[in-house]
Design a protein around this ligand. Structure first.
Ligand code: GLU
Length: 415
């Protein structure tokens, strides 16, 4: 929703946590402002022979706990403020799961759906040429995000290594396995989210074998649809959406067939047996678990009161606005906030960095086991904060994340 500025939202969340933590003014100011921002242009030769100028960003929000970490998005509506917000959320996300990393994010304002493979490659390489001195295993480590993928990371890593004349695969994560990627990264965000749903079901008695819906059938959404049943012992996917529309079938949508259909046709629309419903209706369906897995501000002041899901597991970054958070809390909707629910991706990215550094690669089951340990522990820590402070889950998660980052800043003597 355009009426929300994502960075204003993110800042408001930080300041609220900072107030409850009694942080001093300097710390508050420091933690609600990015440490380093770059805003640049990329001239790219298009297939037509003409040059097109793209606007790009990389923001290192905070690196007190370790190298900055965060994905790169290719999206037509990218602005400096969306990237600021996303970099901010990465900072608390890595802290909530207790990774020795900071937070960053990058983006290019472009529509990758209308770019050719060659144009995407040139754009990716140009992006790295512009910011390579800002990157490094011990400085800032990008990864995939909306509309970027392991191939994008392979091009970027290659460009970086060409410039620096050194192999350093750990500067990018979510790479293809053949060039230093890790097992278990592709479904890590969804897997992490489902681990947190499992813990929520244990803690509050929700029933994962009932109906669920997925808003945003991209990478994370598709993997969640596939893993939900496998990891939670059942459950019926009754609705899903993508940028083109939403579909519904009371009897259930077969996740595997729907993934196949999306791959074949490029959309979930016209899936046999399903009817098209308005986008907004999907979010308001009476389901046990709702997975918002698209973009920011999807659940907001307009629709929060109509949300009937018992659990909202946020696989997207920033899908719920602060005003909506209060309504959901009042209505007893259990929100598993993005900085916890979507932390599986960056957690396995961290495992990828560890493996790249040691040149020793783990088996898939080791990745799954370590991910489960990290996410279960983080869920429990946030639960404790909910109980201790009697606050809604996002604020509780923010309290955990912000306190850890504040402590690192203080120990360094920055504030
Ligand atoms: N883009 C993912 C996120 O928002 C992963 C980031 C990473 O692995 O660095 O969490």
């Amino acid at each position: 929703m355009e009426s929300y500025n994502s960075f204003k939202v993110a800042r408001q969340q930080v300041l609220e946590a900072a107030k409850l933590l009694n942080l001093d003014d300097a710390t508050k100011e420091f933690l609600s402002t990015p440490q380093l921002e770059t805003n640049f242009t990329l001239p790219v030769k298009m297939d037509s022979g003409k040059t097109q100028i793209f606007h790009a960003f990389r923001i290192q929000y905070n690196h007190a706990r370790g190298p900055a970490k965060g994905g790169i998005r290719f999206h037509p509506e990218e602005t400096v403020d969306t990237i600021r917000a996303l970099a901010c959320w990465m900072t608390w996300k890595t802290a909530v799961v207790d990774l020795p990393l900071g937070g960053s994010k990058g983006g290019v304002r472009c529509n990758p759906k209308i770019l050719s493979e060659m144009e995407l490659e040139r754009l990716s390489r140009e992006y790295i040429r512009a910011i390579s001195p800002m990157l490094g295993v011990d400085i800032d480590v990008p990864a995939t995000d909306v509309y970027t993928n392991p191939q994008t990371m392979a091009w970027m890593m290659d460009e970086y290594e060409t410039i620096t004349k050194r192999h350093s695969p750990g500067v990018f994560t979510d790479k293809p396995i053949q060039v230093g990627g890790t097992e278990g990264r592709r479904d890590a965000t969804a897997r992490g989210g489902i681990i947190t749903v499992r813990e929520a079901c244990k803690a509050y008695g929700f029933d994962p074998t009932k109906e669920f819906a997925i808003q945003g059938f991209g990478d994370a959404g598709q993997r969640a649809a596939l893993l939900h049943k496998e990891m939670l012992g059942g459950g019926k996917l009754i609705a899903a959406s993508d940028s083109r529309g939403a579909i519904y079938n009371k009897k259930g949508l077969d996740p595997e067939e729907l993934v196949h259909h999306k791959l074949k046709t490029g959309t979930i629309l016209n899936f046999p047996g399903a009817k098209k419903i308005p986008h907004e209706e999907l979010l308001e369906l009476d389901v046990e678990i709702l997975y918002p897995a698209a973009l920011e501000n999807a659940i907001n002041i307009k629709n929060a009161k109509n949300i009937k899901a018992r659990v909202v597991c946020e696989l997207a970054n920033g899908p719920t606005t602060p005003d909506a958070d209060l309504i959901l809390f009042k209505n007893n909707v259990h929100v598993i906030p993005d900085i916890l629910a979507s932390a599986g991706g960056v957690t396995v990215s961290y495992f990828e960095m560890v493996q790249d550094k040691s040149l020793f690669f783990w088996e898939e089951e080791d990745v799954h086991k370590q991910l489960d340990k990290k996410l279960t522990l983080a869920y429990k820590r946030v639960q404790e904060a909910i109980k201790e402070k009697k606050v809604h889950p996002r604020l509780a998660a923010m309290l955990v994340g912000v306190a850890r980052v504040a402590q690192a800043c203080q120990l360094r003597g920055w504030v």
